[in-house]
Write a protein that binds this ligand. Structure first.
Ligand code: SF4
Length: 203
């Protein structure tokens, strides 16, 4: 049975982070949305949240120069949603610059040594949510690699945003069809997966 991930909301929303998970293994999302299985909070998730909090505190003490941006305002943990696309998410950081023109830049913190395609897809999804919320066009964002304390600039092209929308459509279709997707092609991803004991076709 399909589970509403946001039971406090009347409307039915998937989450931006789901699009990142779609790149990794969409079957995890099948378990989450189509079976009444609670996803446990893992130790790595708790460590990741602590790293995010540390980065947030450090960010408040720094200028925007490391993003190559002039002065602007920063908003942390920005809740974004689209009632037309039925997706919501909490962006780590939104930078708003006024000069030479008003522009918005999404920033995501990642506990990773490098930027992966699923990070870009997630950032692109935030871009189209910002575009809808602020009636603007978002062309650039940033991934902050926590272990390296390094900012990577991401070109948020129309092609990348289209890919994010495609993932969203695939996710919605999968949820409503309740068809279990194939297992992850890279079996190494299954080793530490909390759903491994539900997947009897991977090893
Ligand atoms: S065990 Fe592998 S195939 Fe099954 S949900 Fe986890 S990552 Fe996907």
């Amino acid at each position: 049975m399909k589970q509403n991930p946001n039971p406090d909301l009347e409307e039915w929303f998937v989450q931006v982070s789901d699009l990142r998970q779609m790149e990794y293994c969409s079957r995890v999302l099948y378990y989450r949305y189509c079976l009444s299985t609670l996803r446990p909070t893992t130790a790595s998730m708790e460590i990741g949240e602590r790293a995010h909090q540390t980065a947030r505190l450090a960010e408040q003490r720094r200028s925007l120069s490391r993003y190559g941006l002039p002065n602007g305002t920063r908003k942390f943990d920005v809740l974004l949603s689209s009632s037309t696309l039925h997706i919501s998410g909490r962006l780590d950081l939104l930078i708003e610059v006024e000069q030479p023109q008003k522009q918005f830049f999404p920033v995501e913190y990642k506990d990773s040594q490098e930027v992966h395609n699923n990070h870009k897809i997630q950032l692109a999804a935030y871009a189209f949510l910002i575009e809808e919320a602020y009636s603007t066009t978002v062309t650039q964002g940033f991934i902050y690699l926590l272990p390296l304390r390094k900012v990577e600039t991401i070109n948020l092209s129309a092609k990348l945003k289209f890919s994010a929308r495609q993932r969203l459509e695939q996710l919605i279709t999968m949820i409503y069809s309740e068809n279990m997707p194939p297992a992850a092609t890279q079996k190494g991803r299954c080793i530490d997966c909390e759903f491994l004991h539900f997947c009897n076709d991977v090893f």
